[in-house]
Design a protein around this ligand. Sequence first.
Ligand code: ATP
Ligand code: MG
Ligand code: MG
Ligand code: MG
Length: 568
Amino acid sequence: MRLSKMFMPTRKEDPADAEVVSHKLLVRGGYIRMLTRGIYDFLPLGWRSVRKIEQIIREEMDRAGAQEVHLPAVQPAELWKESGRWDEYGPELLRFKDRKGSDFCLGPTHEEVITDLIRGDIASYKDLPVNLYQIQTKFRDEPRPRFGLMRGREFIMKDAYSFDIDEEGANKSYEEMFETYKRICERLGFDYAAVEADTGNIGGSKSHEFQVLADTGEDEIVSCPECGYAANVEKAEIRLPEYDGEKFPPQDLELVETPGKKTIDEVSGFLNIAPMRCLKTLIFNCDDTAVAVLVRGDHDANEIKIRGFLKEHTDISCEEINLASDAQVTEITGAPVGFAGPIDLDIPVFADLAVEEMTNYTVGANDADKHYVNVNHGRDFEVEAFADLRRAQNADLCGRCGAPFEGHRGIEIGHVFYLGTKYSEAMDAKIQDENGQMKPMIMGCYGIGVTRILAAVVEQNHDDNGIIWPMAIAPYQVTVLPLQMRNDEVVETGEKLYEELRAAGIEVTLDDRDAGVGQKFKDADLVGIPVRIAIGSRGLKDGNVEIKLRSESDIQDISVDEAVEYVK
Ligand code: ATP
Ligand code: MG
Ligand code: MG
Ligand code: MG
């Protein structure tokens, strides 16, 4: 392709809303353009790479025996009502009506449609197993579309669905897809991890995510160097570190018994909290209705004011809850060490913690029905050791073997689910087994984000100057740069190499634009074609051109005659 003819609108400026490097470079390199929030155009360069990613996926799916189909993007509400997801899915599902007033949605995923297809045409176990896949545009009305292609509203996904008669077969289908996803990740050159994952909106009993490791990833994953267990923190079995016996319990604190039920007033007295005095924190279950963080400060005759949250909404809203002085405190769980007072309470670390976790952090500060009087964080407890515990991944221990976890950030590019009979039960997709009995088919589903992969590759392969494509998905493999367009020999050599490379079946661009040397080099670096051949009048005097790999810094002088052979 001649760049003089190519629609490759490169830009000097980053898009205003871009936070991550893939978003910046794909826009600046002329790969994508935003149409509206979370919805993108793919330009010629971008589309070539998308198609290469699709092709790798397609080859590996076909190799595993899956068959490609193409299902509609527009789906009737009836199917979603059958599965129960019309009500469950929430506002991510874009719904609309046709001219007759019937409800439809734009497919965010295709379990319903595929189950409907299969139940109509497969009647016996003899027709199984079957694995069908498609590569198609999905729509999810994400609350926070961002990071360019990483979290779009419209995006391309490869989704596959397997159907088996029994668990053994279904497990085999799952394993097969798991291996296929590993092969796809390897062909794409990813540094990645396959981790245990939550099943979210899709459902099912077992699932793994394929996470591309990158600091800009939205997911937090942990892995155990000892036993190999790895999981998304949404799902991970984490063992919290035990308290340090050296510091817990502090020796000079007074430990008192807190027998039986107490009223708020008794607790208050017992805790030795004077009105308007120090700020204290305490988690307790109160009349089974409130799990509260008590922040002392206001105390009038009849009420204790606490800032905290009710069990139902564990986001710490810091609203004031007034409890009558005779309300029963049934259980004192403990004072969360390291959190005291509104400064700590308002920090996000705290807001992230589930009640259960918070309780865990208190171990050591209080035993059941005992409480240390007048505990002050910073004085009596090592604050740092606990306050940042949740963030400092190294402090979390593997739930399987107890070794310290390693923490990483990841971009979820693929997700495999063992669905079981969730959809086949709900949608009555039953077939006859060997004994003539009707059984729901056992399903699995397997998604890969094609367009998210494009972004993930850039996140892992770039430098300050631009993208560094791995050969497998580079839009072109070689770019030829005649540096002086007014020098006939330079221009002719460029044309010659361009034609010879094309004849050799290599995908090549020729930068025949009437542009300066600086601009040509800059664009070549930004666009990121793996091999660059620069032709300059000076080198030609010795019969040489300069060949440079985008991923390396050194430049080779190669004679014009050997250049094509060298590149091949
Ligand atoms: P996330 O946790 O990032 O929202 P998800 O778990 O909702 O993703 P799945 O339902 O597992 O996504 O869909 C399969 C794949 O589709 C994902 O692994 C991802 O690669 C891709 N994908 C999902 N949502 C988006 C999106 N908004 N933009 C681009 N790709 C997406
Ligand atoms: Mg999602
Ligand atoms: Mg997810
Ligand atoms: Mg997922």
